[in-house]
Design a protein around this ligand. Structure first.
Ligand SMILES: [Cu+2]
Length: 134
């Protein structure tokens, strides 16, 4: 619907501005508190490994394991270039070390396919993918 489209564009712009300020907030008031969830486990996997969200949506990663993990989509931090991939114009991101029980949230404001990895377990193939659609 036209109204929803305009509202989404406005919220995406707001989310982009807040992300630039380093604020982790949910983009859509109608879905306050909602975020796609990915968990990190002791088997060195992101679950689900691939998720699809809309522009402006938040994704929240939860470290459900006993290990330290990261959520990293930054070619400069990858040992192997195929571990990560960003859409044109997207800003790289990195959670830093997530202790057991920790969470990290990122709002996706650019559509496309993001391939990310865990720094300590990159060599073990701990990678995931977020597909962001308009
Ligand atoms: Cu890991």
């Amino acid at each position: 619907m036209h109204t929803d489209f305009n509202r989404r564009q406005t919220l995406v712009a707001i989310a982009a501005g807040m992300a630039a300020l380093g604020l982790n907030v949910i983009a859509r008031p109608a879905r306050a508190g909602a975020a796609a969830k990915v968990s990190m486990n002791d088997e060195l996997k992101f679950t689900p490994a691939t998720i699809t969200v809309h522009v402006g949506d938040a994704v929240e990663w939860h470290n459900a394991s006993q290990l330290v993990h990261t959520v990293t989509a930054d070619p400069a931090l990858a040992a192997t270039s195929s571990s990560t991939q960003l859409p044109a114009g997207a800003t790289p991101f990195n959670s830093g070390n997530l202790q057991p029980g920790g969470t990290f949230r990122h709002i996706f404001t650019t559509s496309g396919t993001y391939k990310y990895f865990c720094i300590p377990h990159e060599a073990a193939g701990m990678t995931g993918e977020v597909v962001v659609v308009a």
